[in-house]
Design a protein around this ligand. Sequence first.
Ligand code: NAD
Ligand code: MG
Length: 393
Amino acid sequence: MKGITILGSTGSIGISTLDVISRHSNDYSVIALTANTNVEALLEQCLIYKPEFAVMVDADSAARLEQELKNKASDVKVLTGTDGLLEVVKSDNVDYVMAAIVGAAGLLPSLAAAKAGKRVLLANKESLVMSGKLFMDTVRDNNAELLPIDSEHNAIFQCMPTDFNQGLNKVGINKILLTASGGPFRTISLDRLSSVTPDQACAHPNWDMGKKISVDSATMMNKGLEIIEACWLFHADPDNIEVVIHPQSIIHSLVEYDDGSVLAQLGNPDMRTPIAYGLAWPERINSGVEKLDLFHVSQLNFERPDHERFPCLRLAREAMNNGGTSSAILNAANEIAVNEFLQQRIKFTDIAKVIETVLENVTQTNADSIEVILAADRDAREYAMNTIKDIAA
Ligand code: NAD
Ligand code: MG
């Protein structure tokens, strides 16, 4: 029996994780569930899954949850704040941590899971984008296991030899082909992009996801973040990674070897597959995902990405090449810009402009400590908000 903490249990990945776990209740026991403010959803999950702990990061929400649980005679212990998250990550009876908080808020608890030597199921790509080297060093130094949950990275992991840590050229790999659906605006012209709405941006053709990653998919910053994520996970350079638009989202990514072989992982676009893989690795368990019917799919198409309409791809590559805190600055500017777009305070096409301005103006330093990374994150957020005020003025 493995004890598991699910960070961000009320989100899209959190819910899919609970779905997989509920199919294997003899193998996994839910130790802690966490959310930010959604009391109703976390209450319902507590009553069904009966964890030892529930964490609501927001203190008022935690107080409400505690009262509601008391009313239902439940003995789930309620914690709050980042301290609460850190406690339920480190706990001795926790073996696995699903890191599925969205955005920079996931950094400290995901890193704490690595520090505590847990198996980290990493969905929260932003934490790796922000702290790349520090995160990977922490995993290595504490004998943690890092299993990528992002579908592309999970696919790449499945197509890699087990000794890929030596470096791609040592294991005969030429490049990684990172697939992208192209998002809801794959075919829309540049002049129409400036007037698209948040609802249109969040209507992803193949995946049902949280709002932030949906907008990231629409700008293709999601793929930009994933280039950075893949560099850290697989010891690659941005030049080793080619983005391939594949609108059907059936091939989740590919690895090209020196002998001309290309290995790919295919499946229906359902996050329960990579989640089940991460939970059971190196074994395989049923995920509840419908089997792939190639005759129904019938066609697989591929296109090159358009950098003019999707400048975020270039921005992410540049940030990774610049190194240090550049990726943390990119990530913070993106989070602010996406939120302002969702609040309808800036246009869709302003998102990339804000990020570019922030990258040009916030000084990049080395990213050797968590303090430096968090300071870069704060500076970039402040600069992004000021840039947005200028745009609005
Ligand atoms: P979501 O918005 O559906 O859920 C986010 C979860 O994080 C919720 O439980 C929420 O309560 C919690 N949360 C939000 N803000 C928080 C804060 N400040 N402090 C603590 N908790 C907070 O997001 P999602 O789509 O499930 O994505 C989660 C992560 O997984 C993201 O990093 C995303 O990039 C990654 N991811 C998601 C998918 C997908 O299919 N949804 C695929 C690949 C990667
Ligand atoms: Mg992905």
